[in-house]
Write a protein that binds this ligand. Structure first.
Ligand code: ZN
Length: 197
């Protein structure tokens, strides 16, 4: 999202404007059309400075009329608009500042919230990865093995378990026994390979 922001972690105590790349590149293409990169061709020459947001690829802009020498209660992107499009900005509504609070308490709260939302999801995904093949999958695999033969089964089995830590079928191991060692996900992979065989 484009917007004015404060985030001490990345920008110190500076007010910045974080432009949405696609949006501003679009404005530039429509209104200027010089074909150059809008930042290097217009923004930097106009006196704005690009401040990277860590290694994320995002960044904030600071500069005169945008974040410097401005009344924060009447923030607009008019200065940037003029630099990028070559036309005077006409934004008459004012933007607020998105403040990211970096106090230890705020950071801890953010982490806890993230854990609350994504923790269970991560756990479910982890569990699904280790879940063993279902009875229905094993039954279907037995039917398919019958149909395609042991050799084909072995070849596809070895292919399916590659990189999973599951061993290929041992010489005297029954195909049904070997199948029981499969996880649900690998069993699914093996089934589709055998169905397509
Ligand atoms: Zn241009």
């Amino acid at each position: 999202m484009s917007g004015f922001a404060r985030d001490t972690k990345y920008y110190g105590d500076r007010l910045v404007y974080e432009p949405l790349e696609s949006k501003w590149a679009g404005y530039h293409a429509r209104h200027c059309g010089c074909g150059q990169d809008w930042i290097t061709a217009h923004v930097v020459p106009a006196g704005f400075t690009v401040i990277p947001r860590g290694k994320s690829g995002y960044y904030g802009l600071v500069g005169p009329g945008l974040t410097e020498g401005v009344d924060e209660s009447v923030l607009t992107t008019n200065a940037l608009w003029e630099a990028v499009t070559g036309k005077p900005g006409t934004q008459t509504w004012y933007e607020s500042v998105n403040v990211t609070c970096r106090s230890p308490e705020a950071e801890a709260a953010r982490k806890a919230e993230n854990e609350r939302i994504y923790g269970p999801r991560r756990e479910r995904a982890e569990k699904a990865k280790n879940e063993l093949a279902t009875a229905a999958q094993l039954k279907y695999l037995a039917t398919l093995t019958e149909k395609v033969g042991k050799e084909r089964f072995d070849a596809e089995f070895a292919e399916a378990v590659k990189g999973t830590g599951i061993e290929p079928r041992a010489p005297r191991e029954r195909t049904a026994t070997a199948s029981k060692r499969l996880t649900k996900a690998v069993a699914r992979k093996l089934i589709s390979a055998l169905v397509g065989a």
